[in-house]
Design a protein around this ligand. Structure first.
Ligand code: 5GP
Length: 214
């Protein structure tokens, strides 16, 4: 079974003053939880694992927007580097789907999937690239839509999975980090659209949640 780099409950991250944080967010961040460099190092290894398993046929990489776009771009850069320098290589094409399931720092009842044309998935090896899985509700909804398109194979990579009590145990095929039940932002993960423009994955101060609440 796939496992990711585990970050335990007692690991509280790093002092934000030791990292570069955009001025406009300095007051909002409590701690740096996963520094950008560590994200990239782990992503490089995920790319290698994925290519070892899927690298013999054309891959359709499906980015789950908006939170997955940074991870998607960096993962594909690493996969391209392997394609460029390895003994064998496979074509990678890309597609995008947009899902919204959160408002403030809580899940909404309704999961909206936008842009589900995706007809080109028929008979293909599909790699779904997601930012974070909590209960797995969003991913299960997406996977059931994707299966209708009759791909040959579907694999899921998630940068983060959250270990929560109510988690029904859905695990993707590849996992970057396994994190405790904390709300995180940065590296394209948002709080009401803010903090996507932050390189590190961070924990917010409570007063920042009030400030950006809708
Ligand atoms: P699930 O359906 O697995 O419970 O939740 C997955 C979705 O919830 C993710 O795609 C993401 O949009 C959102 N989400 C869950 N936890 C977090 C979090 O800690 N931070 C942010 N920014 N989004 C989260």
């Amino acid at each position: 079974m796939a496992c990711g780099l585990q970050i335990k409950d007692e690991d509280s991250g790093y002092n934000k003053n030791l990292f570069c944080i955009p001025k406009h967010y300095e007051e909002d961040i409590e701690r740096v939880f996963i520094p950008h460099g560590l994200i990239l190092d782990r992503t490089e290894r995920l790319a290698r694992d994925i290519m070892q398993d899927m690298g013999s046929h054309h891959i359709v990489a499906l980015c789950v927007l908006k939170g997955g776009y940074k991870f998607f771009a960096d993962l594909l850069d690493h996969i391209k580097a392997l394609n460029q320098n390895g003994d064998k290589s496979v074509p990678i094409t890309v597609d995008f789907v947009r899902i919204k399931s959160y408002c403030n720092d809580s899940p909404t009842q309704k999961i909206s999937i936008v842009g589900e044309e995706l007809s080109a998935l028929n008979g293909k090896n599909v790699l779904v690239v997601e930012d974070i899985i909590e209960t797995g509700r969003t991913m299960k909804a997406l996977l059931s839509k994707l299966k209708d398109k009759e791909p040959k194979m579907i694999r899921v990579v998630s940068l983060l999975i959250k270990m929560t009590n109510q988690s029904p145990g859905y695990r993707p095929d590849y996992i970057g980090f396994e994190i405790p039940d904390k709300f995180v932002v940065g590296y394209a993960l948002d709080y009401n659209e803010y903090f996507r423009d932050l390189n590190h994955i961070c924990i917010l101060k409570e007063k920042a949640k009030e400030k950006y609440k809708i």
